[in-house]
Design a binder for this molecule. Structure first.
Ligand SMILES: Cc1ncc(COP(=O)(O)O)c(C=O)c1O
Length: 384
């Protein structure tokens, strides 16, 4: 469909094309020196000691859970208002995801009080998601984890460059997981990154990334190793040099793009408050500095969401839902029902949530168009 305003768009140009072309000309395409440079530059950007580039954030989440020692018999507390990859990653290890509620209809992040209420003797870790790029209450969550001796992992797929109390999101817990999927604040098409300050975890993650092997093809090509041992059950979750080259250029542009997203979000909030005041805009109160990954809104209670999204579509505006809550998916619902752990705020928020377009190349006029379309669509729905 030819959207007048798409939900997301990517920004790349001659620099990215040249960087990928250089890799192709070098004739070394699988993980090697360019990936090492990408990891070092990303480490400097977020202020972590180690970065491990992987094929996508789902793989990063899987490895993070494994390296944290999560396995069968364990429970991991996660939000339900997230992409299903967060929960799937826990399940890949044989552990059980336990869903905690969001903080409020303003703060759509996981609630520390709800986390605490879900802790049992089986709980091993808390896996937080910084929804839309806005920080979870990390000081409170770290304190709960300390008191109960739990590991904290961060799904930072939305939060590339967000900062709380001087610390980049993805560096608060033991391991952070970033996504470079096409709709993210920077992209490599598919791609992901793990961050950690712990030397032992970094070693384990590197080994798990490539079949549990002690050396890479790249090491052997460079003459640094001639054979290898296999010391763990690993995977092939390696990124490649084309994507790392793309990532290096995108990373340099990211701060300016995040700033642009901040401006556009400010404009949205101003216009929506004026034109559609019945719409609820989460994250009026924020912690730290967001990277403004998406623009979530909550429709007034009892608004027909499908009709709203259809009305926006008829005006050329693509919208989405972040997210259908994981606990209501067929694959998750039976276990959740058996757990008898209600999620009233998640249910309320996820039933009314709509995501409006937001991307760094978006024009002021496009924000104006979207907000006018939202005003008109709401008026039509109210008129019956
Ligand atoms: C919150 C969250 N976690 C995990 C992922 C998975 O990322 P990837 O597509 O890189 O595997 C996404 C991707 O959209 C996401 O939004």
């Amino acid at each position: 469909m030819n959207w007048r305003v798409p939900l997301a768009d990517i920004d790349f140009g001659d620099e990215e094309i040249a960087a990928v072309t250089d890799v192709l000309r070098s004739r070394w395409l699988s993980m090697g020196a360019v990936t090492q440079q990408f990891e070092e530059e990303f480490a400097a950007f977020i202020g972590a000691k180690h970065m491990i580039a992987v094929t996508n954030a789902t793989a990063a989440l899987h490895l993070a859970c494994l390296a944290a020692g999560i396995g069968p018999g364990d429970e991991v507390i996660i939000p339900s208002l997230t992409f299903v990859a967060t929960a799937n990653a826990v399940r890949y290890t044989g552990a059980v995801p336990v869903f905690a509620d969001v903080e409020s209809l303003d703060d759509l992040n996981i609630s520390p009080a709800s986390i605490e209420s879900r802790i049992t003797e089986k709980t091993r870790a808390i896996l937080v998601v910084h929804y839309a790029g806005f920080a979870c209450d990390m000081p409170a969550i770290m304190e709960i984890a300390r008191r109960h001796s739990l590991v904290v992992l961060e799904d930072s797929a939305h939060s590339i460059g967000s900062v709380l109390d001087g610390k980049t999101l993805g560096t608060w817990g033991a391991i952070g997981c970033f996504s470079f999927f096409s709709n993210k604040n920077m992209t490599t098409g598919e791609g992901g990154m793990l961050s950690t300050n712990d030397d032992a975890l970094a070693d384990r993650l590197r080994i798990l990334r490539s079949h549990g092997m002690t050396s890479l093809s790249w090491d052997r090509h460079k003459g640094h190793a001639s054979t290898y041992d296999v010391v763990d059950l690993g995977y092939n979750y390696r990124i490649d040099e084309m994507r790392s080259a793309l990532g290096r250029v995108q990373l340099r542009k990211l701060p300016a793009w995040n700033e642009r997203r901040r401006e556009l979000t400010g404009l949205y909030r101003e216009l929506l408050a004026e034109l559609a005041p019945e719409m609820q805009l989460p994250f009026a109160e924020t912690r730290g500095t967001s990277c403004y990954h998406i623009m979530p809104i909550l429709l007034p209670p009892n608004t027909d969401r499908a009709r709203f999204m259809e009305g926006m579509k008829s005006q050329g505006v693509q919208t989405s839902i972040h997210y259908p809550p994981v606990h209501r998916f067929h694959s998750y619902e039976p276990d959740w029902l058996a757990s008898n752990t209600p999620l009233p705020l998640t249910e309320d928020a996820s039933g009314r949530q709509v995501t409006l377009p937001l991307f760094s190349t978006m024009k002021k006029e496009q924000v104006e168009w979207v907000t006018q379309a939202a005003r008109q669509t709401l008026a039509e729905i109210r008129a019956g």
